[in-house]
Design a protein around this ligand. Structure first.
Ligand SMILES: C[S@@+](CC[C@H](N)C(=O)[O-])C[C@H]1O[C@@H](n2cnc3c(N)ncnc32)[C@H](O)[C@@H]1O
Ligand code: SF4
Ligand code: SF4
Ligand code: SF4
Length: 464
């Protein structure tokens, strides 16, 4: 019996019962054999095609079958399932401890990207006071087990560079007092990069992601200055002044109607520019972009484009370069759910994650519509993070259980998918249609590829 599988220990799972639950186990014919999947834990294995005849027998209690060569093969398969934790209820550590805080330091921005939900000019902007941030960091450090990740966000966070330096120094001092660790990352347009930012970021280990939607003609359709000019030239200037630093940043592309069909060339472009990685964020019609339905990418186009990108990854064209629209799904499939807080049934919102808006409002996640029903867990001026997490809205958000949904509750990918982002879905009980379609395509392609070749495993190894 040829079996490829994820060891249950690597999923952070522990078997809590020896009772086999056949209804958790789904099978799917793949090019290289039959895949068995525990739809709740995401653990799986590939069977040799000649063992597929055992599958209908899986639900049968072993002791009811008369001894035969088939029964002994079935016994061996059951042992494998038990070892991998497939079909057996498992205990996994809950994600109920805060570990990540997003700080939207201001809603001001020197750009005016057409799709952006957050870009006031500096005169009308709101700024999160440093004293409030320090209080938030102290509270967050008290809540985390050992390590706090802080994501500097906005608006454009680098407009407040002196604030950032104070915040990072204060955070490091607060963490040291408590014997805990603090890590800073940030998302920026990089248009104002200077010596001081580079030096401080390097000295204090701040990892930045840069937002760019493609090459100049594509990027400059929506990522524009307040005067309407494109912003790509400012990125080029930063790249020529600080090539090493800029290339250490990963790129984040917002996928809209104008670039959805170009995922493969966009990934090639940023690989060839020498950037550290490439990621995507699918357009969300919230805030100012609420009525911008013409910016919504066409679902069929996204799927076609993702498949084209996947083919290139599979061919080895991106070896050594993280293509995150593929690796997110690949990692969840190979390592098992848990590592990515957006691809678990119990997603990060109001659990391991909180987001602080520039006006002090505490949100479960920065993607949640600030004008929608899930907005506003409290305000840092009056409420502690602990109280915000304990409040009614936070509890409602955490109560989302997509395994009760008519589609997800019957889906073999539920364990590795989690039921899509609640902020993109219409409501707490709803699936985000595009997220679901991409997940189905991604897990279908990945499982099929892994059943017939080691290519994706080689790609993953090339990234370490
Ligand atoms: C709001 S910006 C803030 C940080 C910084 N100014 C930047 O551009 O990276 C954070 C990210 O959100 C993305 N974004 C903005 N509006 C969006 C929308 N309506 N849907 C999806 N992503 C969006 C941006 O492209 C950027 O990658
Ligand atoms: S640079 Fe960032 S914050 Fe500024 S308008 Fe563009 S997406 Fe929005
Ligand atoms: S969102 Fe779609 S792919 Fe994900 S679990 Fe639900 S039905 Fe399956
Ligand atoms: S709401 Fe969406 S973006 Fe936020 S943590 Fe949950 S899945 Fe991720």
């Amino acid at each position: 019996m040829q079996i490829t599988a994820i060891p249950v220990a690597s999923l952070g799972l522990r078997r809590s019962s020896r009772q086999f639950q056949p209804e958790r186990v789904r099978h799917l014919q793949r090019a290289g054999g039959e895949m068995l999947m525990d739809r709740l834990s995401g653990a799986w294995l590939m069977l040799d095609a000649r063992d597929a005849d055992l599958i209908p027998l899986l639900p049968s209690p072993m002791e009811t079958l008369p001894p035969s060569p088939l029964t002994s093969r079935l016994g061996a398969l059951h042992e494998q399932l038990k070892a991998q934790g497939i079909g057996y209820p498992q205990w996994r550590p809950p994600h109920d401890t805060l570990n990540t805080v997003i700080l939207k330091l201001t809603n001001a921005c020197n750009l005016a990207c057409t799709y952006c939900y957050d870009h006031e000019d500096m005169e009308r902007a709101t700024v999160l006071p440093v004293a409030d941030v320090e209080r938030v960091l102290a509270q967050a450090l008290d809540l985390v087990d050992q390590r706090l990740w802080v994501i500097l966000h906005g608006g454009e966070p680098t407009l407040l560079w002196p604030h950032i330096e104070k915040i990072v120094l204060a955070g490091q001092a607060l963490a040291a007092e408590r014997g805990k660790q603090i890590d800073f990352t940030g998302q920026t347009n990089l248009t104002r990069l200077d010596e001081r930012m580079v030096r401080f970021s390097v000295e204090h280990g701040i990892d930045w992601g840069v937002s760019l939607d493609g090459d100049a003609p594509v990027n400059d359709r929506f990522r524009i200055l307040h005067n309407g000019n494109g912003s790509f030239a400012l990125f080029e200037k930063a790249l020529s002044r600080f090539p090493r630093f800029v290339r250490s940043c990963g790129v984040m592309t917002t996928v809209t109607a104008i670039n959805a069909h170009r995922l493969y060339p966009i990934a090639q472009f940023f690989r060839d520019q020498g950037m550290a990685a490439w990621d995507w964020s699918l357009f969300q019609p919230i805030g100012r972009a609420r009525h911008a339905t013409d910016m919504e990418p066409d679902a069929e186009e996204v799927l076609r484009s993702w498949s084209e990108l996947f083919d290139a990854v599979e061919r080895g064209e991106f070896d050594g370069f993280p293509v995150k629209p593929v690796t997110k799904y690949l990692d969840n499939f190979i390592k098992g759910p848990g590592g990515n807080m957006c691809m678990r049934g119990d997603c990060g919102a109001a659990r391991d994650l909180l987001s602080i808006s520039a006006n002090g409002v505490i949100e479960a996640c920065d993607c949640i519509d600030p004008q929608g029903p899930l907005a506003g867990l409290g305000n840092v001026a009056t409420d502690s993070l602990e109280a915000a997490r304990a409040g009614e809205t936070a509890r409602a958000i955490r109560s989302r259980d997509m395994n009760r949904h008519s589609m997800c509750g019957d889906c073999l990918w539920y364990g590795v998918c989690g039921g899509t982002c609640l902020a993109h879905a219409q409501g707490l009980e709803d699936v985000w249609a595009l997220g679901c379609a991409v997940a189905q395509l991604a897990f279908d392609r990945i499982s099929d590829s892994l059943s017939r070749s080691e290519r994706l495993l080689a790609y993953r190894r090339s990234l370490s």
